[in-house]
Design a protein around this ligand. Structure first.
Ligand code: ADP
Ligand code: AMP
Length: 222
């Protein structure tokens, strides 16, 4: 099964994917996490992506598509996609690649949220560079301030979560990514619109309900 999680940066895609992926035996594939790992490893791909990421822009489609289609093959097309596709071209290219391997996107979950909440979530986000865990200075605090619960590493604010970059990322979302929702709706995909403004647990419950409903429908239709 392939489920795509859409929504603006800071909507809670990564947080939710971590909470639900195992439940459905899906691999959580976050294009942002993969790019950050490439950067940390100092790879050519990571270097290529760096300037786009730090300014809040999008990494070129061809680079992302090759990276994500490769990652999906490794996950045997059983995945929860987070942060990809982020342009209509990426959505089209993903569908083309899946068509060739006999797969398809099974469902799309679209996290909707107001801009003011997003800004608070992004500027308050703190991340562990070692294990990738994500916290928030008010909404999801670690046990010890500034320290990762999992490994004791110091938590950092991502360069692209600083206030001056956040505004650009939101602008890019509306200009280039929001249209991906309509791309899937027009293609007749099942799209679940979920209010992501509530508590973390409430959003998880809504996502689980959607995916459970989908599995039940597929079981009935065979
Ligand atoms: P995305 O992956 O969509 O960019 P994240 O999952 O990293 O977003 O969440 C962004 C920030 O908001 C993180 O600091 C996270 O702890 C916090 N957060 C996520 N979901 C919620 C929620 N429902 N309520 C409050 N804070 C949240
Ligand atoms: P994220 O962790 O999803 O917020 O992504 C962080 C940054 O990585 C984005 O602001 C982009 O610069 C880059 N990125 C992640 N996913 C994509 C994608 N699908 N297409 C283009 N750029 C991406």
């Amino acid at each position: 099964m392939i489920v795509v999680l859409l929504g603006p940066p800071g909507a809670g895609k990564g947080t939710q994917c971590k909470r639900v992926a195992d439940r459905y035996g899906l691999v959580h594939l976050s294009s942002g996490d993969i790019l950050r790992a490439e950067r940390a490893a100092g790879s050519e791909l990571g270097e290529k992506a760096q300037s786009y990421m730090d300014s809040g822009g999008l990494v070129p489609d061809d680079v992302i598509i090759e990276m994500m289609v490769g990652a999906m093959k490794q996950a045997e097309d059983s995945c929860l996609l987070d942060g990809f596709p982020r342009t209509v071209v990426q959505g089209e290219q993903l569908d083309k690649a899946l068509e060739q391997s006999g797969g398809k996107v099974d469902a799309v979950i679209n996290l909707g949220i107001a801009d003011e909440i997003i800004t608070n979530r992004m500027t308050g986000r703190r991340s562990c560079t070692k294990c990738g865990a994500v916290y928030h200075i008010e909404n999801l605090k670690p046990k010890v301030e500034g320290i990762c619960d999992n490994d004791g590493e110091v938590l950092v604010q991502r360069e692209d979560d600083k206030a001056e970059v956040v505004a650009n990322r939101l602008k890019i979302y509306y200009e280039q990514t929001a249209a991906v929702v309509d791309y899937y709706k027009n293609a007749g995909k099942v799209v679940f619109d979920i209010d992501a403004g509530g508590d973390i647990e409430d959003v998880t419950v809504a996502i689980v309900k959607s995916i459970d409903g989908l599995s039940a429908t597929e079981a009935v239709s065979g």
